[in-house]
Design a protein around this ligand. Structure first.
Ligand SMILES: NC(=O)c1ccc[n+]([C@@H]2O[C@H](COP(=O)([O-])OP(=O)(O)OC[C@H]3O[C@@H](n4cnc5c(N)ncnc54)[C@H](OP(=O)(O)O)[C@@H]3O)[C@@H](O)[C@H]2O)c1
Length: 304
């Protein structure tokens, strides 16, 4: 086995896992704005989080200053029928990444989810609110968070986000655009309330954090932070905005969660309070509808 480490230049070396996912691709799209960093994007064939040996081997051969973990088992319903795989990717592999970060003196930015909450709150969730995941995905993501906090008392930031969409991959916005073109009417859930997150905004926030004084302090305390776009909506409101902004005429009827049963339970309310991340890193976060406009226009450019 080749144990010689591939060393990077003088720039801060950043590893992004899950490079083919929405957030991974959104980070890739903005790297030209951050010439002070050297980025390495790893896909599943380069770093398979389902293969513990692959993770060990990878970190024997590469050295990084920062690891941004965007990889995850994100199929919320599928996770209910493949809990072991979800646990491996969202928990055990995250534990191993944290151990590698510790061993190699790298800082870690790990992405987590609003699904760690049960959705019974009446006000936006703060980072220290009680967690109570409703399904396998949320539980395995929570176990990943707990591993990071246990192994890395310092030098890690866990970012919980919600309702991620982008130009890439599969997501609610792209599904609505497709269905809106095919059908005259749709039923969409109105009793799940949260905030959409444009992956590009999250990618920019991650890079602002990476370059911040706070993150570059030696041995800062590991923190959980909440990030989504600003504002609040239901999936029904979200779909109405998608159709209005893209001038698709499709009637949308508001339905209850009970009328659209899914294998995994979803939180009824998962709005995240972002005061901590805004104050700590002096971030300005766009309103969700403004970001939706941006994404829709980027999608139009893709089609040209
Ligand atoms: N999407 C949401 O609505 C949402 C909401 C809250 C939080 N989050 C969190 O935000 C983060 C980014 O989500 P996203 O929307 O960008 O997810 P995504 O588009 O589903 O991408 C997931 C990524 O993980 C990779 N992956 C899965 N299994 C892997 C394995 N065994 N080894 C290596 N890579 C593997 C996928 O690779 P392949 O392309 O090869 O499958 C893909 O690159 C995740 O931590 C997610 O839990 C997402």
């Amino acid at each position: 086995m080749n144990t010689a480490k591939i060393t990077m230049s003088e720039q801060t070396a950043i590893l992004v896992t899950g490079s083919t996912g929405q957030l991974g691709q959104s980070l890739k799209a903005i790297i030209d704005n951050y010439p002070q960093f050297h980025f390495v994007f790893a896909n599943r064939s380069q770093l398979d989080l389902n293969q513990p040996d692959s993770i060990t081997r990878y970190f024997e051969q590469h050295q990084f200053d920062v690891i941004i973990n965007c990889a995850a088992h994100t199929a919320v319903d599928k996770a209910e029928s493949e809990p072991e795989l979800a646990n491996q990717i969202n928990h055990l592999a995250v534990k191993q990444l944290a151990e590698c970060a510790k061993q190699h003196n790298a800082k870690l930015i790990h992405i987590s989810t609003d699904y760690v909450f049960d959705g019974k709150s009446y006000r936006p969730y703060r980072e220290d609110d009680t967690v109570a995941p409703q399904g396998v995905y949320g539980q395995t993501k929570l176990d990943g968070e707990l591993s990071v906090q246990k192994i890395l008392k310092n030098n890690a930031v866990i970012i919980r986000t919600s309702w991620v969409y982008s130009e890439y991959g599969n997501n609610f916005v792209k599904t609505m655009l497709k269905l809106g073109e095919e059908r005259e009417s749709l039923n969409v859930i109105f009793d799940q309330v949260g905030t959409p997150t444009y992956a590009k905004d999250l990618a920019i926030a991650i890079m602002e954090i990476t370059g911040s004084t706070e993150f570059n302090k030696n041995d800062f305390d590991t923190q959980i932070m909440h990030f989504s776009n600003e504002g609040v909506c239901s999936w029904y409101d979200f779909s109405k905005a998608i159709f209005e902004l893209s001038t698709i005429s499709c009637d949308v009827s508001a339905i209850e969660t009970k009328d659209y049963p899914t294998p995994a339970k979803r939180p009824h309310y998962s709005v995240l309070n972002k005061a901590k991340i805004k104050q700590t890193y002096r971030l300005t976060i766009p309103y969700w509808k403004d970001s939706l406009k941006q994404c829709l226009s980027a999608l139009q450019d893709f089609e040209k």
